[in-house]
Design a protein around this ligand. Sequence first.
Ligand code: ADP
Length: 327
Amino acid sequence: MLKKASDQPSSSPGGSDFAIEARAVQKVYKGENGEPDKEALKFIDIMIPRGSIFGLLGPNGAGKSTFINILAGLTVKSSGTVRTWGFDIDENPRQARVSIGVVPQELVMDVFFTPIEALEIQAGLFGVPKANRQTMEILKAVGLEDKAHAYGRTLSGGMKRRLLIAKALVHNPPVLVLDEPTAGVDIELRRQLWNYIRELHARGVTIVLTTHYLEEAQELCDTIAIINNGEVAACEPTERLLARIDEKTLIIRPESPLGKVPDSLSAFDAQIGADGCLSVTYAPRTIHAEELFSLIRDAGIGIQDLTTRESDLEDIFLKLTYGVDAH
Ligand code: ADP
């Protein structure tokens, strides 16, 4: 049985409730050859609760990789403070570093090693004593025990990704950071990887992932931070974020063509589309569908067919990142 993340020497100075605490983090990349400096992170605060599956969502160039590279100790921040599992990355860099495992985006691996060798080497790099290694347990946890002795080059893309997750787990970190875990993978493999991530989470690992797939964030994450242009545009539990847009659209195919939107619907965002359908956008919390139907019936409109459309993360995302109303 794989050790629970909570079995790990994870006592944190100050007993923080957060897996990651980033305060006023700024990153400026110095411009080279006359290029201007680039402020990739603009004094952002991100607090990631222990035990969460936290999604960092944002368009390309938003600053997601910069943020996780700072957590991973690969990029040096310009200012601000970061604690991982309670350890300040400047004051306790070693402990901060062993508190997280990072799964890179690219499938980088040495094709001449078998999974078992790759994990043993990684454990050596992290100074995990031989007696404490859990090589086979980890391979089993990611479904690679049958491939323990297969050469890296014979592994499929999905197996390689799972091996990268396994490598990030050798030192039993309480926090696992995945950079775009399913970028460019097919739907079936994406679902499989989501299941692995959920299993790890169920074992007590706090998961932080970056993604530009809205569906992935909506499906997997309990809390989402939307980053745009180096700033945090929103950081909330997924449900609350989705509830932010209290909007639903009712689309009606009328029995006979409509000349114009009836006056009784003037209080709503109502339109007649090119296909002749009447769409009415309303706030379900303030008006019930039944009242809306009454208004439509009273206007003498017969309903041949109807559908509804609810707002999703994509609407919120567009609104927050581009100031666009998706409707
Ligand atoms: P994301 O991961 O959200 O796509 P990044 O963190 O990679 O965003 O990049 C944020 C911004 O910082 C972008 O404008 C990018 O061009 C810039 N940037 C990233 N890395 C460097 C670097 N090493 N040198 C200069 N600019 C960089």
